[in-house]
Design a protein around this ligand. Structure first.
Ligand code: OGA
Ligand code: MN
Length: 326
């Protein structure tokens, strides 16, 4: 295969579509070209790749250590014989987690090491809804007024998905650190600056999203208002937001260090099946600290205090401050 074609997304100030490549058989030369495009555009759309689980993980491994590879991000299970289960119950923890993905976030900021980049490959898509949207926090930071830049320069927020699930949808998953959600709903909260400098480009970006809460030094109301206003600002300009309408076979790849994303709602009785691969960040630049670190205690306490408030505040949200039993 010859030269790939890299076409900036129409009407957008970030993102590009890449055609004329096969991700499953990429030469080193082709990979380097894609890497340069990834750093420039932050979001790459590869139509017609039809990657399977193994191929998705293999491509991910070219970027670094995987958090997971070739995993179902779906509302049903795939059996060994290739057939699919019924769609999950909307009350199940799996669906609660899927619905949580419908709020703007970057991946794994609630873990000690946040994610470098991630990809989704579409297998089964819904006729209506179920798009994935992306937003550029690098352009957003550049567009902030100087007073806001100055105000946030030294601020940080805790990140936890126990927090975001509770705050966004009234879901309070058990956080005993066990089971498939042990590395997700673990009761820790990791402190991360609101402004992140990209380790490969040196360009600063906002680093906010649904998992962020409780800015040390600010009152709760002030912290909530600031975090919400920053996310609103990122998505307030349509040149910074891209909506991907899925076609089966598409692969989309993005930089979790500066690109926000969210799924869009769809009819949850219809199947939606994506294969996902997530690459871990670098220790030097994406590590907050580990739970053993003395700094972890403040996050744990901030989270516990916040969840206590949300227990009564989030009763009107989708799951009504309940705990999933399944
Ligand atoms: C993810 C995610 C959104 C989607 O895979 O991390 O947020 O559209 N997915 O499924
Ligand atoms: Mn995600």
């Amino acid at each position: 295969m010859g030269e790939s074609t890299i076409t900036p997304l129409e009407g957008k100030a970030f993102g590009a579509a890449v055609t004329g490549v096969e991700l499953r058989t990429l030469s080193t030369e082709q990979f380097e070209r894609i890497r340069a495009a990834f750093l420039k555009y932050g979001l790459l759309v590869f139509p017609g790749q039809n990657l399977n689980e193994q191929e998705s993980a293999d491509f991910g491994r070219r970027w670094g250590e995987l958090e997971f590879g070739g995993q179902a991000l779906a509302n049903q299970r795939k059996h060994k014989d290739g057939t699919f289960s019924d769609v999950f119950d909307i009350e199940s923890q799996l669906m609660r987690t899927n619905v949580g993905n419908e709020i703007w976030h970057t991946d794994s900021t609630y873990k000690p090491l946040s994610s470098k980049c991630a990809m989704l490959s579409a297998v089964i898509v819904t006729e209506e809804g179920g798009q994935t949207e992306f937003a550029d926090q690098r352009l957003a930071y550049a567009a902030l007024d100087e007073a806001t830049k100055e105000r946030i320069a030294t601020l940080a927020a805790y990140h936890s998905t126990n927090y975001s699930q509770a705050n966004d949808i009234g879901d309070f998953p058990q956080s005993n650190g066990e089971g498939i959600y042990g590395s997700v709903y673990h009761g820790e909260a990791y402190l991360r600056p609101l402004v992140k400098v990209h380790s490969e480009t040196g360009i600063p970006n906002l680093f906010v999203g649904r998992h962020a809460f409780s800015i040390p030094g600010l009152e709760r109301a002030e912290s909530r208002a600031l975090l919400a206003s920053l996310i609103d600002f990122v998505v307030s300009d349509e040149r910074r937001v891209y909506t991907h309408e899925w076609t089966p076979g598409d692969t989309v790849f993005w930089d979790n260090r500066f690109v926000l994303h969210r799924a869009r709602p769809y009819d949850y009785s219809k199947p939606r099946y994506m294969i996902g691969t997530r690459v871990a960040g670098d220790q030097a630049t994406e590590l907050a600290y580990y739970p053993e670190d003395p700094r972890a205690e403040a996050g744990r306490q901030a989270l516990a205090a916040e969840l206590e408030i949300l227990r009564t505040e989030a009763t009107d949200r989708r799951y009504g401050a309940t705990t999933a039993a399944r």
